[in-house]
Write a protein that binds this ligand. Structure first.
Ligand code: S3P
Length: 171
């Protein structure tokens, strides 16, 4: 089993879909944001506030090297900007979770814990800027992806089934 690397914009559902895949397959799952928070023993928001985004990106780069060297047979869920690491393709099969910007924001707002979902993501604080970031990133996500899953109006379970089917075909 090759690693699967889940990429996509903030709030698109990488975490929930990774959990579903893990429940319904032999893949164990890790999340790059969770690894950073546990390594640093502080929240991403705090890291951005204290040390800035560039520092956060160097942590993502360190993790990308570790993932390539040491992680096998795993579903890796990544932060929305992780795709920029140079060795992304060497880590595993790249699966893009895709959805229009407005659907992503609506999905976050409908979540029971919406306030926290928005608060913990510094790059979602200004929705106009976030839309610009989305427009800039989407073609880059598409260019990197081996597999694209349109997650709009689908449950995490539906997406996880589609993902496993497409990965099997791709391998
Ligand atoms: C970021 C996305 C976040 C987190 C950080 C930066 C980004 O992860 O890594 O706030 O640059 O898009 P999620 O995609 O899980 O929200």
């Amino acid at each position: 089993m090759k690693n699967i690397v889940l990429i996509g914009f903030m709030g698109v559902g990488k975490g929930s879909i990774a959990r579903e895949v893990s429940l319904n397959s032999d893949y164990m799952t890790v999340d790059t944001d969770d690894i950073i928070e546990s390594m640093q023993n502080r929240k991403i928001k705090k890291i951005f506030e204290t040390d800035g985004e560039q520092y956060f990106r160097t942590l993502e780069k360190d993790i990308s090297i570790w993932l390539q060297k040491s992680v096998k047979n795993t579903l890796i869920s990544t932060g929305g900007g992780f795709y920029k690491v140079k060795n992304l393709k060497k880590i595993g099969t790249i699966v893009l979770l895709d959805s229009p910007f407005d659907s992503i924001i609506q999905r976050i707002k409908e979540h029971p814990n919406a306030e926290n979902k928005l608060k913990k993501r510094p790059l979602l604080a200004d929705l106009e800027k976030a839309k610009e970031l989305y427009d800039l990133r989407r073609p880059e996500y598409l260019a990197l992806a081996d597999i694209v899953i349109d997650v709009t109006d689908k449950t995490a379970l539906e997406c996880s089934k589609e993902l496993l089917k497409k990965v099997k075909k791709n391998d």
